[in-house]
Design a protein around this ligand. Structure first.
Ligand code: HEM
Length: 189
């Protein structure tokens, strides 16, 4: 085929592709097929009774995340490799003040929920650099190093295990990928 003819066929194909795409966009009857999110595989928006408050309902996806987050905070609190970073939180809890724990539980859960694709939650805490920079967050006692981050990941897996989510669980592996992608923002040395 001559080069000019090839080019004109190729251009024709390109133009018709654009038209098909734009027709699809304007056609309001075309069903939108969305891929299930990681949040969906953690339970999604199915409403269940909140075990912390039997008169309230909670999305199953958020409940799964909050359960793993809370268990992990307890694992971290007992982990002498990294619990020194949480000294403000631990002092509060020891003296019977759980407001910082509640705030951390909420912010971490919201952060993970949004990161896994939840639509009905927003994250209102600090960004990951600010949250882990002692100069910007007085609740962060020192700068975390790579091995601290490794311990944090191990503790998350333990926290998940306490909720029946095993390391082979594909959702946990995807979540671990998200956590790992944040290493550079948390480890600032
Ligand atoms: C990808 C991994 C991590 C994520 C997603 C994460 C997420 C968060 C979030 C959302 C907050 C709350 C920020 C706010 O309230 O504004 C926070 C606070 C904090 N993080 Fe992390 N974090 C990670 C890793 C680490 C590591 C490795 C350490 C230390 C070893 C650490 C230590 C802390 C401390 C001490 C706080 C303050 C806790 C408090 O409020 O008392 N984080 N983190």
């Amino acid at each position: 085929m001559k080069k000019a003819a090839f080019l004109s066929i190729a251009m024709g194909l390109a133009i018709s592709t654009v038209m098909i795409q734009s027709c699809k966009k304007d056609d309001k009857t075309t069903p939108v097929v969305t891929k299930p999110t990681l949040y969906d595989s953690l339970g999604g928006t199915t409403m269940v009774t909140d075990p912390k408050n039997s008169s309230a309902k909670i999305e199953q996806g958020y409940l799964t995340i909050r359960s793993v987050v809370d268990s992990s905070i307890f694992v971290i609190a007992a982990d002498t490799n990294i619990n020194k970073f949480f000294n403000v939180l631990l002092m509060e809890v020891t003296s019977g003040n759980t407001s910082g724990f509640a705030a951390l539980s909420k912010n971490l859960s919201d952060f993970v929920a949004v990161g896994t694709g939840a639509k009905n939650f927003t994250y209102g805490g600090k960004n990951m650099v600010a949250a882990h920079d002692p100069a910007q967050n007085s609740r962060m006692n020192g700068k975390a190093m790579n091995d601290d981050f490794d311990s944090f990941e191990t503790d998350l897996v333990k926290g998940a295990g306490q909720n029946g989510i095993m390391p082979t669980n594909p959702a946990l592996q995807s979540l671990a990928g998200i956590v790992e992608s944040l290493r550079k923002q948390v480890v600032q040395n």
